[in-house]
Design a protein around this ligand. Structure first.
Ligand code: ADP
Ligand code: TRP
Length: 327
């Protein structure tokens, strides 16, 4: 079974990204074949500053490696190191109807948030389908908001296979994480675009301050509180052991506990998980040559797989590449 996922280098990683995506990527790295790539072509739809894109791309690599991605177990590479993916995106676009793309929620959401509605943004799901199909991926771990893109990928694989009457492309399945929606400090879904994130690699002091600012209601300390409607409790639930979660649940309901205390525990749990990762990240950041080696060796392996699939795709649709032009 092949697991594959991509992450856009479009800003600092936050707790929502970790619990919703990265954590399960790392847990799945023991599968037969696990491929994770930094979706830098995708980020061009929002990041149009060369130096910044280079920096953000390196940041994702540092983040994943610091958080436990083991280059011996999974391939971590840059999307652009396998440029054939853009060729497959073009080929898929010729068998995909415009209506499919016009129904994409994420396109509509991004435009509503002020992202320029470029052709790239509109065709984003086609490039994403190419990312997945070019490695004949079986399982794609993603957050809930990406499921529609995986369904579109299944459709595109079907359009191609039907059109050329061959089972060239493999239909992938999405895999959702348990932590479907992580709340931000204001109680809404945590997201860079809402400015409500708890970032993974801020200083301990800044992180603590941020966690202490999580919005709660104004129930006085002595009164019972509802764990189910509290963002602090939601964060506890995502980070503490089941026994500890149960204890907090009882303390909430009993009253006599202030939100400040629960927030303090979230900050402590956060530090326990991400403190060591922060140190690993700082070390890696001072040795970018090693990081570059990891990315480029992984890309070479990924490109071999992509090359085989592209050979079959080109053959199926009659696209010829002369021996001299073969990449
Ligand atoms: P953002 O909303 O901050 O821009 P992205 O859209 O870049 O985050 O998300 C990257 C990955 O992290 C996706 O798989 C997404 O589903 C997951 N993710 C982002 N925010 C959350 C959240 N609040 N809860 C759960 N998963 C999340
Ligand atoms: N669209 C994904 C996101 O914003 C990133 C992504 C690009 C991706 N290509 C992919 C995820 C392929 C899974 C598979 O989070």
């Amino acid at each position: 079974m092949r697991v594959l996922s991509g992450v856009q280098p479009s800003g600092k990683l936050h707790l929502g990204n970790y619990l919703g995506a990265v954590k399960q990527h790392i847990e799945l790295q023991g599968e037969d074949s696990a491929l994770y790539f930094i979706a830098n072509y995708h980020s061009l739809t929002t990041v149009q500053d060369a130096a910044l894109l280079r920096q953000l791309t390196l940041d994702v690599a540092l983040d994943y490696l610091a958080l436990g991605l083991d280059p011996n177990k999974a391939l971590l590479f840059r999307q652009s190191d396998v440029p054939e993916v853009t060729e497959l995106a073009w080929i898929l676009s010729t068998v995909t109807g415009r209506g499919l793309l016009e129904r994409a929620h994420s396109y509509k959401d991004k435009v509503a948030k002020g992202v320029v509605p470029s052709m790239g943004l509109m065709c984003y799901p086609i490039l994403m389908a190419a990312d997945i199909l070019i490695y004949r991926s079986n399982t794609v771990p993603v957050g809930k908001d990406q499921v529609q893109h995986i369904e579109m990928t299944q459709d595109m694989a079907g359009y191609f296979n039907n059109k050329y009457d061959r089972e060239v492309l493999v239909r992938p399945e999405p895999r959702l994480n348990a932590a479907q929606i992580v709340p931000g400090v204001d109680g809404q879904k945590m997201s860079k675009s809402y400015g409500n994130t708890i970032d993974l690699f801020d200083t301990p002091k800044k992180t603590r301050k941020c966690i202490m600012s999580v919005k709660t209601d104004s129930t006085p300390v002595e009164e019972p509180k509802s764990p189910d409607r509290c963002s602090v409790f939601a964060l506890l639930r995502l980070m503490a052991s089941p026994e500890e979660v149960e204890e907090w649940s009882q303390r909430y309901r009993a009253g006599g506990m202030g939100y400040g205390e629960a927030k303090g525990r979230v900050a402590e749990l956060f530090e326990g998980i991400f403190g060591p990762a922060r140190e690993r990240r700082a070390k890696l950041a001072s040795d970018v040559d090693t990081v570059e080696d990891i990315l480029s060796s992984a890309a070479a392996e990924a490109r071999v797989i992509a090359g085989e699939v592209m050979h079959d795709v080109r053959e199926a649709c009659g696209i010829m590449v002369s021996a001299k032009g073969t990449r």
